[in-house]
Each structure stands twice: as C-alpha cells, then as structure tokens.
Design a protein around this ligand. Structure first.
Ligand code: FNR
Length: 184
C-alpha cells in the first residue's frame, strides 16, 4: 500500500529554497511514497478560544495530518528559530488538548538556509517541540544544507553530486524509519 507523507514547509515564499529541498527529497523517494504539501499560510493565528468551537480550516489541517502515515518538516531558520508560521500551524494541529494530530507518527526534519549553520539552530528548537508532541523523530542523519546559488532548482533537481548523494542517504534512512512503523 502507498505510504502518505504530510509535508510541512515553514516558508510561504514562492521561491522558497526549503520547498526546493522538499521537492528534491520527494524525487529521491521510492514510488510507493506519496507526498502531500500541507498549506499553512491561510490558517488563523491560534487562539485558545478556538478550543470551544474549532474553526473549520483548523479542523481541516488536523484531518490532513491525521490521514498521513508519516511527517516531513522542512524548515527555514528565522532569527535562530523556526518561523512563526510553522509554529502556528503546529499549535493549531496540536489542540484542543488531547487531540494532537501529530501523536505517534514517524517523522523527520530537514532544512536549508543561506547561512553557515544551515538551519541547525531552528531544527534544535523544532526537535524540542515535536518531541513533546510525541512525533517519533529520526535522529540521524541530520540535514543542515547551506544553500548556494543554483544548488537545487524549482523542480528539485540537485546540481551538486555530493549533495545529491547526501540527500539520498537521508531519504534511505527516512524511508526505512517510516516503514518500521507503518509496516509496509
Ligand atoms: C532569515 N535568514 C536566516 N538564515 C539563517 O541561516 N539563520 C537565521 O537565523 C536567519 N534569520 C532570518 C530571519 C528572517 C526574518 C528572514 C526573512 C530570513 C535567511 C534565510 O536563510 C533565507 O531568507 C532563506 O531563503 C529562507 O528560506 P526560504 O523561505 O527560502 O525557504
């Protein structure tokens, strides 16, 4: 059976290098893996008053995440942390208390930035949040990609062979990790 991966990209930017990285990973995955990008840009800002009558858009993202077998977070680093838009989506999908949509799902995080740290600090914050939300996170390999001009095109083609091989290594580990839990 096909394995469905919900992809959360922490950037709304049209030319996002993190969306390119997500596409690159998708290209390197086996045919029985399908990837659905969850759109997070139109969600309202989470408000605890929602919990009494959860907005339909917020219920929608929870359904999409619950329907997925696995998770892939692809995040930029904003000011040494994750972008607010990603944190908001996570908060929305984790509530009301006791209905966390992420619970028990296998997942991984990757990211790319133009800075030398390659999103390492953002991912450290994200790891903390997702551990609390009971996501079964792949620990290794860590993927901190320093983006250089033309490294990955809009369709996810990687121009540097070493980077392509490195990403393939990540994908192979990720696929094996997800299969352990999904049993496919
Ligand atoms: C950045 N950027 C950035 N880069 C980094 O390596 N560490 C950082 O802390 C930050 N901080 C930061 C804050 C804000 C508000 C912006 C807009 C940008 C630069 C960032 O790596 C670059 O803009 C990437 O292109 C963002 O990823 P997407 O949107 O292209 O996927």
């Amino acid at each position: 059976a096909a394995i469905k991966v919900a992809v959360l990209v922490g950037s709304l930017r049209k030319d996002s290098i993190n969306r390119r990285l997500a596409r690159a990973v998708e290209r390197l995955a086996p045919a029985d893996f399908s990837f659905e990008h969850i759109s997070i840009g139109d969600l309202p800002l989470y408000d605890q008053d929602f919990d009494h009558d959860y907005p339909s858009m917020c219920q929608g993202i929870k359904h999409q995440i619950k329907a997925a077998d696995a998770l892939l977070f692809v995040t930029p680093e904003y000011n040494r942390s994750i972008p607010g838009v990603l944190k908001n989506a996570i908060d929305v999908a984790s509530r009301p208390y006791g209905t966390n949509a992420f619970a028990g799902k296998p997942g991984a995080m990757i990211g790319t930035s133009i800075g030398a740290t390659g999103t390492a600090l953002a991912q450290q914050h994200l790891r903390n949040v997702l551990a609390y939300l009971d996501v079964l996170l792949l620990a290794q390999p860590e993927v901190y990609v320093k983006f250089t001009e033309g490294l990955i095109d809009a369709d996810g083609h990687v121009s540097v062979e070493g980077t392509q091989k490195f990403l393939q290594g990540f994908v192979d580990r990720y696929v094996a990790w997800v299969r352990k839990f999904v049993g496919a």
